[in-house]
Design a protein around this ligand. Sequence first.
Ligand code: NAP
Length: 231
Amino acid sequence: MSDVTVIGGAGHEGYGLALRWALAGKSITIGSRSPERAMEAAQKIKHTAAGFGKTVTVDGQENAAAAAAAPVVVVSVPLAAQIATIKAIREHLQPNCLLVDVTVPLATAIGGRASRMLGLPAGSAAEQLAEYAPAGVQVVSAFHFLSADLLAQAGPDGPIPIDCDVVACGGDAQAQEVIRDLAVAIEGVHYLHAGPLVASRLVEAAATMLIAMNVRHKVRHTGLRITGHHG
Ligand SMILES: NC(=O)c1ccc[n+]([C@@H]2O[C@H](COP(=O)([O-])OP(=O)(O)OC[C@H]3O[C@@H](n4cnc5c(N)ncnc54)[C@H](OP(=O)(O)O)[C@@H]3O)[C@@H](O)[C@H]2O)c1
C-alpha cells in the first residue's frame, strides 16, 4: 500500500510529481503500461533521493496493480491516452479512492498546436475522466500549472522550490485537504481551490495560456500566482 499512485509516473509530469512527493516523505507507486518502465522510474527516484542523502519509498508496477495500490491515484497521461487509461484501471481502483487529473487538453492530441486547447464534449479533461470513473470515486483536477521541467529541477542539496500556485477543482472538503497536502509538499507552491469540477474548464484554459506564453516569449517555465487570498 502506498500514499499515492502516479499513473504515467514514468513520463515527464508524473515523474516530477512522484519525485517531489517521494522526497517529501510520501510513499509512491509508479504506474506504467510496462512494469519494467515503472520499476526503472522508481529506481531513478531512489537514486536521485540518495544523492540528497534521503531514503524514499517508491515502487513501480503495471497500471492495473498500481491503481489498486493507493487511495489517491493521479492520472498523468496525454489527453489522447486518458480514456484508454481510465478504462484499463477503473476496475482496479480502491472503492472511494480519489482520482486526480492533471490533463491539459492540448490540440497536440489531434496534431494541432500546443498553444491551442481542444473543446471536449464533457466540457473539460477532468470532467471527461469523471465520466469514466466508477461510482464512489471522486475526481479532482489539480497541478496543471507545474511544469515537468521545474518539478525535476534540483540543486546539489535537493529540489529547487517552485514559484507557482496549484489551483484545484472538484472534490469534497476531505479530498481538498488531501490535494492541499500534496500541493504544499512541493516547496514554494501555494494551494487554492477554484470550485466544483466544472471550474476545471477555466484552469485547463489557463494552463494552455501558460504554454502559449512559453511559445510566444521563447521561455519554458511561465507559472501562475493568484494574489489576494489566504490559501
Ligand atoms: N509536461 C508538463 O510540463 C505538464 C504540465 C502540466 C500538466 N501536464 C499534463 O500531464 C499529462 C502528462 O504529460 P507528460 O508531459 O508527462 O506526457 P508524456 O511524458 O508524453 O506521457 C506520460 C505517460 O503517459 C503514458 N502514455 C503516453 N502515450 C500513451 C498512449 N498512447 N496510451 C497510453 N499511455 C500513454 C506513458 O506511460 P507508459 O508508457 O509508462 O505507460 C507516458 O510515460 C498530460 O495530460 C499533460 O497535459 C503536463
